[in-house]
Design a binder for this molecule. Structure first.
Ligand SMILES: [Zn+2]
Length: 236
């Protein structure tokens, strides 16, 4: 049975390698590669049955199904996160505070409806600035993921800021909290998900506040490799 299943998978892979749907936007070879890697991981039926839940790829090319649900643990500030990564998140926050720092989780698990509200608000803001509906949606999608494609909906992502500087912009990287997190988050299973210079692969702007749980083992490897999640999944 195993051999038949493996054969079927290879045939499926071959089919998709030669029958990939047409791509509307012009994209780089790197992007194409990341997209291909992503789809094989994301459509892996094992993705949520064993340890693979930690490595589930969600991006604009690998959306979640609308029926997606996850068991969450509520944090003290009203935020919530996938219950399976809560202990590691708590450890990271505790250790960060022990260093005299003041991290604040400003965003975590989002329902589909919440993601939709955020996305539509950004689109409207851009349309008020003169963008056409189409351009506004395209531009909004680089900062706020299109509903169904946000890691926040997955329940494994947190936006963490420094209490002394809570703007979600590049200035965040200079705060003591980000400096500590960028150096240490991997020890707790979290990676800086949207690093500088990888936007053409992740599809998201540089976000020195968005951390994604992948588990301690993978986080260590990804941190040491300098790759973003799409690239790392492609190699593993
Ligand atoms: Zn985020």
């Amino acid at each position: 049975m195993k051999i038949i299943a493996a054969g079927a998978m290879i045939l499926t892979a071959l089919f998709w390698s030669t029958h990939r749907p047409p791509v509307e936007n012009v994209s780089t070879a790197r992007e194409e590669k990341a997209r291909a890697a992503g789809s094989s991981k994301a459509q892996n039926p094992m993705a949520d049955t064993e340890d693979e839940w930690r490595l589930r790829l969600v991006n604009r090319w690998n959306p979640l199904p609308k029926s997606w649900s996850v068991n969450v643990t509520q944090l003290r500030n009203g935020q919530s996160i996938d219950e399976r990564c809560y202990p590691d998140l708590q450890d990271m926050m505790d250790d960060c505070r022990t260093k005299g720092l003041s991290p604040v989780i400003c965003s975590s698990y989002r329902t589909w409806t919440r993601q939709e509200e955020l996305f539509n608000a950004e689109v409207n803001l851009l349309k008020n600035q003169g963008y056409s509906d189409e351009k506004a949606k395209e531009k909004a999608g680089t900062a706020i993921a299109v509903p169904g494609t946000s890691e926040h909906q997955l329940g494994l992502a947190v936006d963490i800021v420094d209490s002394s500087y809570q703007s979600l912009d590049k200035g965040q990287e200079d705060t003591p909290v980000q400096k500590w997190l960028m150096k240490n988050s991997w020890k707790y299973g979290f990676i800086l998900r949207y690093p500088n210079g990888k936007s053409d692969i992740t599809g998201i702007i540089y976000e020195p506040w968005h951390y994604r749980y992948v588990g301690r083992e993978a986080a260590k490897e990804i941190y040491q490799s300098g790759l973003c999640l799409e690239e790392w999944l492609d190699e593993n």
